[in-house]
Design a protein around this ligand. Structure first.
Ligand SMILES: *Cc1c(COP(=O)(O)O)cnc(C)c1O
Length: 396
């Protein structure tokens, strides 16, 4: 693997040089006002990125997986029921985590490649007349299959069922790259990680928590210590942490949000959509299709490319790494070998994406796949040429 090439795994993502520098700082006392000055803008920035109107932001030294655990352990009790659809490796892992915590997961098995099944969710909630379902879990962007689910639609299904469950959303591979509307969708907990849309090294779980989820802490009996929101919030009130925070990453987070907001969140989302569309045109030119079942489900942060019969996606990923020093994502779980994944989120430009597409094509040719060199690159070039926003050179 070359450390010079960009990565095309769907996280960790490429890091802007200035974000790396922002993380690189001398030791400071995390109980001093210096830490509070650096921490508060990060918290306020996350609130804006999530579009929160109320509630709290919790930033834990952890990863997205720890964010899942923090969400359920702070709000639920052993034996509580949660409702979740399973349609990929990440929705599966959150379900598995809940089961290992002694929760009863009502699982809606959904074919991989599909998104959250709104009608089935509404039906399950309507059938729950005793209100035993305490939370609905939703994977906004299923990173294994490249599928975006309709979180606003889940909220409407919950409202249509008149059900009072909380809504917990895994936004690890969408937040900061695709539109997210915590307040508008009535989200109770949103989970993000530092190493995807926020373009940082791994090491932070970033959560938005609604007043309703905070109130649920009072009765929740699952054990928690390191992830206890109550400890966090009481320390926050004094500008600090109950233990040693990841100071450099928090400084980096404040800076990465500055970069996102300088570009403009809407412009960031438009850039991701445009880059993703170029990748999809390349995939079509290769005679392949995204694994996602329909265009409405296409993720703007990762494309799982269905490989032709008789080809193995993992071979491409291995060859790209060993021969060309470039990283793509392998197929996970039941799509292992059937797809390879192109991550297109975080710090990324047209030129970077074209380099990834070009290397993917070289691998396909090397492996004898029925693909003409340059075909996907040309399709993406046409898209990028035709849609490039004017560069604001004067402002730089
Ligand atoms: C990456 C990812 C996770 C897991 O996050 P870690 O930081 O690796 O623990 C969870 N959910 C989704 C959708 C992801 O893409």
């Amino acid at each position: 693997m070359s450390v010079q090439n960009p990565v095309f795994i769907p996280g960790p993502t490429n890091m802007p040089e200035s974000v790396r520098k922002a993380c690189d700082m001398p030791t400071i006392d995390h109980r001093s006002p210096t830490f509070a000055r650096l921490f508060k803008p990060a918290v306020a920035g996350v609130k804006r990125v999530l579009k929160m109107a109320e509630g709290e932001v919790i930033i834990l030294p952890s990863t997205g997986t720890g964010g899942w655990e923090a969400a359920v352990s702070n709000t639920l009790s052993p034996g509580d029921t949660v409702l979740a659809a399973r349609f990929g490796m990440f929705s599966h892992r959150w379900i598995d985590l809940c089961q290992r915590h002694g929760l009863n997961v009502e699982i809606i098995e959904t074919p991989w490649g599909e998104g959250a099944p709104l009608a089935a969710i509404e039906a399950a909630l309507k059938a729950d007349t005793s209100g035993k379902i305490k939370a609905v879990l939703a994977t906004h962007n299923e990173t294994a299959t490249g599928v975006r689910s309709d979180i606003g639609g889940i909220r409407r299904a919950m409202d249509a069922a008149g059900h009072g469950a909380m809504l917990f959303v895994d936004g690890v591979s969408s937040i900061g790259s695709m539109p997210f509307d915590f307040a508008g969708w009535g989200v109770d907990i949103a989970v993000a990680g530092s190493q995807k849309g926020f373009m940082l090294p791994a090491g932070l779980a970033i959560l938005g928590v609604s007043p309703k989820a905070i109130a649920a802490m009072e009765t929740a009996k699952l054990p928690r210590t390191f992830f206890d929101f109550k400890d966090m919030l009481s320390s926050y009130a004094r500008g600090g942490y109950p233990y040693t925070p990841a100071v450099g990453l928090i400084a980096g987070l404040a800076h990465s949000i500055e970069l996102l907001e300088d570009e403009g969140l809407e412009a960031v989302y438009a850039r991701h959509h445009r880059l993703a569309e170029g990748v999809r045109r390349a995939v079509a030119a290769w005679g392949m299709t995204p694994f996602a079942a329909s265009p409405a489900l296409y993720s703007d942060t990762v494309t799982a490319v269905k490989v032709p019969e008789g080809c193995n996606g993992t071979d491409l990923v291995q060859l790209a790494a060993t021969k060309y020093g470039m990283a793509f994502g392998v197929g996970l779980g039941e799509v292992a070998g059937k797809v390879f994944r192109i991550g297109h989120l975080g710090m990324l430009t047209d030129a970077m994406v074209l380099s990834g597409l070009a290397v993917a094509e070289m691998c396909m040719a090397d492996l004898g796949w029925p693909v003409k060199l340059g075909s996907g690159v040309a399709a993406a070039q046409e898209h990028y040429r035709g849609t490039a926003p004017a560069m604001a050179l004067a402002a730089e």
